[in-house]
Design a protein around this ligand. Structure first.
Ligand code: FE2
Length: 281
C-alpha cells in the first residue's frame, strides 16, 4: 500500500509508492478518495501516464467533462483538455489563457462547477509555470469568529464576464449566454467532509448579495488578501512525471507566468459533480 507525505503545514499530500491505475482494487480507490477529501490536493510523482490511464483513473472519481473548446481536446480522448502553447501546422493544440495567472476556482460561475481536476505534466519549461493553490477552508477557519458568523449565510455573485474583463480577455455572446452571472453561497460546506470554505475569488466574485456596495467591496478585498497569505498557499513546482488531483470545492488556484519561448503541455481531465457533490443551493 502507498505512503503519504504532507506538502505543506495545512494541506496537500504526496502519495508515494503509487502508480495511477484504473484497475487498482476498490479498497485502494476508496483510500485515495478519502485522502483527496482530507488533504484537498494530491500529488502523484514519477507517473508513466498515457491518455488511456489518465481518463480511466479520472473516471473513478465521477463523470468527466468534455470541454466546449473542442479544438483543444485530445484527438483520441475528448475527455482530455490540452493546456499548452504548442502549435502543430500553425494551429494551437491547447488552450492557454492569461486568466490562468489570476486566482480562481474552476467554473465557480456555473450552476454545477467541477468538483476537481487531474492535471498531468507532459512537457515543461525549464522554469516558471508553477501552479499555486490556496486552502480556502483553513483560511475561513482562521478568520475572527465575528467575521465568520457575518459571512456564514451570505451569497455572492460570480461573473465569468467580469473575470475575463479583468484580464482584457473578450467574452463572446455565446459565452455570455452560456455563463450568465450567478450567485452561490459565500461559505461553501464541503460535500464530503462538511467543513466550510470561502467560496470566492478575485475578479470573478463581484459582490455580496444584499450588502451595500462599499461594504461588500471592502469585505471582498479583505478576504481576497486574507486567503492568499503564505500560510494558506502551496506553490507546486512541476517535475516530469507529476500529476496533481485537486479539490475544486475548497481550494482555488493560479498559474505563474513562464517564458513563452519554451514549450509547455499539460493534460487535464475535469471531474463533474454527481448531484450529491454539487454546490448547495
Ligand atoms: Fe483553473
Amino acid at each position: 500500500m502507498f505512503h503519504v507525505r504532507k506538502l505543506s503545514e495545512t494541506f496537500g499530500a504526496e502519495v508515494l509508492d503509487f502508480q495511477i491505475d484504473a484497475h487498482a482494487p476498490d479498497e485502494v480507490m476508496q483510500a485515495i478518495k478519502a485522502l483527496w477529501a482530507e488533504h484537498k490536493l494530491l500529488l502523484f510523482r514519477h507517473q508513466d501516464l498515457d491518455e488511456d490511464k489518465l481518463v480511466a483513473f479520472s473516471r473513478k472519481f465521477g463523470e468527466l467533462e468534455i470541454h466546449v473548446r473542442t479544438e483543444y481536446l485530445s484527438p483520441s480522448h475528448p475527455e482530455v483538455l490540452y493546456i499548452s502553447n504548442m502549435k502543430q501546422d500553425g494551429r494551437s493544440i491547447g488552450i492557454l489563457s492569461d486568466t490562468e495567472v489570476g486566482w480562481h476556482y474552476d467554473q465557480i460561475y456555473l450552476p454545477r462547477p467541477a468538483v476537481g481536476s487531474l492535471l498531468a505534466a507532459h512537457t515543461l519549461p525549464p522554469s516558471g509555470g508553477n501552479t499555486e493553490f490556496a486552502d480556502m477552508g483553513t483560511a475561513f477557519e482562521a478568520l475572527p469568529e465575528e467575521t465568520r458568523q457575518k459571512l456564514m449565510h451570505c451569497r455572492a455573485v460570480q461573473s465569468y464576464e467580469a473575470f475575463n474583463r479583468a484580464y482584457s480577455v473578450p467574452t463572446n455572446d455565446e459565452q455570455k449566454k452560456k455563463s450568465p452571472d450567478i450567485d452561490h453561497p459565500l461559505v461553501r460546506r464541503h460535500p464530503i467532509t462538511g467543513k466550510p470554505a470561502l467560496y470566492l475569488c478575485p475578479g470573478m466574485t463581484t459582490h455580496i448579495v444584499g450588502w451595500e456596495a462599499e461594504e461588500s467591496r471592502a469585505m471582498l478585498e479583505e478576504l481576497f488578501d486574507w486567503c492568499v497569505q503564505p500560510q494558506f498557499v502551496y506553490s507546486h513546482q512541476w517535475q516530469d512525471g507529476d500529476a496533481l488531483l485537486w479539490d475544486n470545492a475548497c481550494t482555488m488556484h493560479r498559474r505563474d507566468p513562464f517564458d513563452q519561448g519554451h514549450l509547455r503541455l499539460m493534460k487535464r481531465t475535469t471531474i463533474l459533480p454527481p448531484p450529491e457533490l454539487a454546490v448547495p443551493v
